[in-house]
Design a binder for this molecule. Structure first.
Ligand code: F6P
Length: 343
């Protein structure tokens, strides 16, 4: 008997002794993130390796309600690790926010014989998972899949590193034209209510400032920088702005500066959904692979209603209640570094 089949046989027995879980459903939900496919592959292969049946659920919670479900074998997840997006498709599903929608979803799970779920998504998706898990006492493990990096309890989320690299490449290109024309650019990046992409994107590209929702005084700092003409010898300036009602966004800030300081040649770029696409970086592929395997380990361990996280390069399990409830703090050392290096 080979090593793999021995492990499968042992785990099969262990699983059947446990008498509860034999079929795992996987879905992706909310905004897609590069590395979701690597996570789907890891969950599927690791589940099969451990003797579980696997079913792929299409279009997030919507597919759970409408029953868009297919059995997954190892071949279903071949050649996907390198692709952005999600082969399972994704959606933001309003019906799942209602008790009626969740009841339909539960009925589908019973009909399909699925007795555990792995949900890959961000804050909203894991909030839905938590409510459902409590309501139906259903085992769910979450994987943090979002470019925003805004989930508490994990150093990184799947997709964040790729999005950061996409931002870096785009800003580097804008720097060329900004320098040639001696312009001031405001570049808006995603992140919903979090400034991780903006702050680290600014450090990675040598930006003059980052305006992030977590630190409101940054707008005063910007005012100072603009008033003092940045550094006189600089012939281009780039400010990264996190999208958020708190920052007001890049268009709003650029208008303010244009009105008050007409001597600046100001331009705005909104990077938009380009940040969500593309082939995942090695970091995201490895993170998603580790987290996907860890999701199945968690189910084998009898854990439920936890999000898989990574802290100091070690896999951790974070209760949904914490991952969703707490705000992940910005590291102020990064902010100081940006200020020191942008003089
Ligand atoms: O949560 C991921 C994210 O890309 C956010 O950064 C952004 O605010 C939002 O999704 C955009 O959502 P949509 O694609 O639905 O417009």
């Amino acid at each position: 008997m080979s090593g793999i089949s021995l492990a499968t046989a042992i785990n099969n027995q262990w699983v059947s002794n446990m008498g509860t879980i034999n079929c795992v459903g996987i879905l992706t939900s909310g905004g897609d993130a590069p590395g979701m496919n690597a996570a789907i592959r890891a969950v599927t292969r690791s589940a099969i390796y451990n003797g579980f049946e696997v079913k792929g659920i299409y279009r997030g919670y919507r597919g759970l309600i409408t029953g868009e479900i297919v059995p997954f074998r190892t071949e279903n997840v071949s050649n996907i690790i390198q692709h952005g997006g999600t082969i399972l498709k994704t959606a933001r599903c309003k019906e799942f926010e209602t008790p009626e929608g969740r009841k339909q979803a539960y009925d589908t799970l019973v009909k399909e014989g699925i007795n555990a779920l792995v949900v890959i998504g961000g804050d909203g998706s894991l909030t839905g998972a938590r409510i459902f898990a409590q309501e139906y006492d259903f085992p769910i493990v979450g994987l943090p899949g979002t470019i925003d990096n805004d989930l508490y309890g994990t150093d990184h989320t799947i997709g964040y590193d790729t999005a950061l690299n996409t931002i870096m490449e785009a800003v580097d290109k804008i720097r060329d034209t900004a320098t040639s024309h001696e312009r001031l650019f405001f570049i808006e990046v995603m992140g919903r209510d979090a400034g991780f992409l903006a702050l680290n994107g600014a450090i990675a590209t040598g930006c003059e400032a980052a305006i992030i929702p977590e630190i409101s005084t940054e707008i005063d700092q910007l005012e100072e920088l603009v008033k003092n003409g940045f550094r006189k010898s600089k012939n281009s300036s780039i400010v990264l702005v996190a999208e958020s009602p708190t920052t007001g966004g890049a268009i709003h800030l650029a208008e303010r500066v244009k009105n008050e300081y007409p001597q600046y040649d100001v331009r705005v770029t909104i990077l938009g959904h380009i940040q969500r696409g593309g082939s995942p970086t090695a970091h995201d592929r490895i993170l998603a692979s580790r987290m996907g395997a860890a999701a199945i380990d968690a189910l084998l361990d009898g854990q439920r209603n936890v999000m898989v996280g990574i802290r100091n390069d070690e896999i951790v399990y974070v209760p949904f209640s914490k991952a969703i409830k707490y705000d992940k703090p910005i590291n102020r050392e990064l902010l100081n570094t940006l200020r020191k290096l942008s003089i």
